[in-house]
Ligand binder design. Sequence first.
Ligand code: NAD
Length: 326
Amino acid sequence: MRAFVTGAAGFIGSHLCEHLLACGDDVVGVDAMTDYYDPSRKRRNLAHLLGRERFTFRRGDVLALPLDELLADAEVVYHLAGQPGVRASWGRQFALYLDRNVQATQCVLESARGARLYRLVYASSSSVYGDAEAYPTAETLCPRPVSPYGVTKLAAEQLCELYRTCFGVPTVSLRLFSVYGPRQRPDMAFARLIRAAFTGEPFPLHGDGEQTRDFTYVRDVVTAMRQAALGPWTGVANVGGGQRVTMNQVIAEVSELAAPVRVLGTPVQDGDVRHTAADISLARQAFGYRPSVGISEGLAAMVLAEREERWATEVAELAAHAAVPG
Ligand code: NAD
């Protein structure tokens, strides 16, 4: 398959590109390298990809790139570019969320209308549900986001549905539930928690820690994306990890795997939901989705990756020190 990936330098996008290449696909990745978090992390994410045969990277904003031209050769588009983060989406920052989540998606869909795509896979979010009325939550439940971020993800998802029904653009929107794994965005809970375990700095825990999440390992997510791209089905489906875990359980696991975490109790943040849990039966039926990585295995992989990165940084610093004359 010839794949076009937006947000290729991001956390999930870089894993997706690796997975597609491993499956034998040709990949064109684009990314604006936004500064939502330190862009040097995105350059490191890309280091896993640049120079690989069958991978091409183009730096640029989806809103400014010549998408008609870029999509002319593509068979599948994976649209992951966006402005993530629930808490930062309040206030004046909302304009960025509108641009990068809503406008950018409409731009991709307009170009997709004229392209001969087999599939367009959009990275939607569990945040469209807000505080859901039932758990595990099925796609049939009415979405009621409780954050501006969730509102923009829902708007973009609705645009995908609109272009699918009006113009036949073959879209699949996957509502991803709390994705984790190596290279996770530094603002996300697991990345902050593991950092706290290694540095000894306190971990600010919002609320009582009994909030539950359906955490999904990044390898399962990128596998689901490609399965959805190749299958015959279009529409909106949940992609969750299949397991509900409290933050207190996660803190205990990380303390065991890395070092005891010092927890600092803080109030619940606006926009945070109390629970999430995905009903994944539709994804199972539609494209054979089956999550394969449980929380203990996934956390162990994340802790190992963090340990290796810290060692590599220490070794590089020691080498640089030793190289200084005198
Ligand atoms: P990320 O910030 O690491 O990746 C997003 C990438 O998109 C960034 O590298 C950014 O530079 C790029 N980007 C933003 N606007 C752009 C634009 N206009 N043009 C080109 N590039 C642009 O975030 P992530 O966690 O990898 O999330 C990827 C996608 O998945 C996002 O759309 C996010 O909303 C969605 N999602 C993520 C999660 C999660 O748990 N991480 C859950 C649900 C949905």
